[in-house]
Design a protein around this ligand. Structure first.
Ligand SMILES: CC(C)(COP(=O)(O)OP(=O)(O)OC[C@H]1O[C@@H](n2cnc3c(N)ncnc32)[C@H](O)[C@@H]1OP(=O)(O)O)[C@@H](O)C(=O)NCCC(=O)NCCS
Length: 146
């Protein structure tokens, strides 16, 4: 049976390990892969964060990480991940549904996510959760502090 619960400090190392191996989280970049342990630790305890894990027999096999900007009610789903051997069994969808419920409870009005247009699994997952495709934009960024 799969259990879903809020991520805590004890999950930081596993989330980091799983996320750092997932190439679709950094498809066009040589930037350091995924979030650091420090970022994850702060995120999991932040009031702005909604970070959920999926556990099978106590082992973390999936996660969904989002933030909520309270003044505008805009939420951003940053990462949804299911371990390769557990994919295609509905776990990503259940994680995504729970994430939306939690965000709604916290006051979110709107949720956005960024996904590579070639990531058909991600696009399929988000479409099945009710996300609409807003079209193609160019993703720009600059590093303010290394
Ligand atoms: C994207 C991801 C989270 C999906 O998790 P999952 O547990 O395999 O997904 P589910 O089994 O819950 O499937 C949910 C929906 O996704 C879609 N989907 C799943 N696999 C798909 C595939 N291979 N191709 C197209 N759509 C797919 C389907 O619409 C499915 O809904 P349905 O079963 O009602 O048709 C998982 O593949 C993953 O971790 N990928 C790597 C990380 C990533 O790309 N994350 C998203 C960007 S942040």
């Amino acid at each position: 049976m799969i259990q879903f619960k809020r991520l805590g400090p004890e999950d930081v190392a596993t989330v980091r390990e799983l996320g750092a191996r997932e190439e679709s989280f950094f498809p066009h970049s040589d930037e350091p892969a995924f979030w650091t342990k420090t970022q994850l630790r702060r995120w999991f305890r932040s009031d702005d964060g909604v970070c959920l894990g999926a556990f099978k027999n106590g082992r973390l096999i999936g996660f969904a990480l989002a933030t909520l900007h309270a003044p505008t009610g805009k939420a951003t789903c940053e990462n949804v991940f299911v371990a390769p051997l557990s994919r295609g069994k509905g776990i990503g969808k259940r994680l995504g549904e729970r994430l939306l419920t939690k965000l709604l409870e916290k006051g979110a009005r709107h949720v956005m996510c960024l996904t590579d247009e070639n990531n058909l699994r991600s696009r399929g997952l988000h479409a099945s959760l009710g996300y609409r495709d807003y079209g193609n934009f160019r993703w720009l960024g600059c590093t303010l502090r290394p």
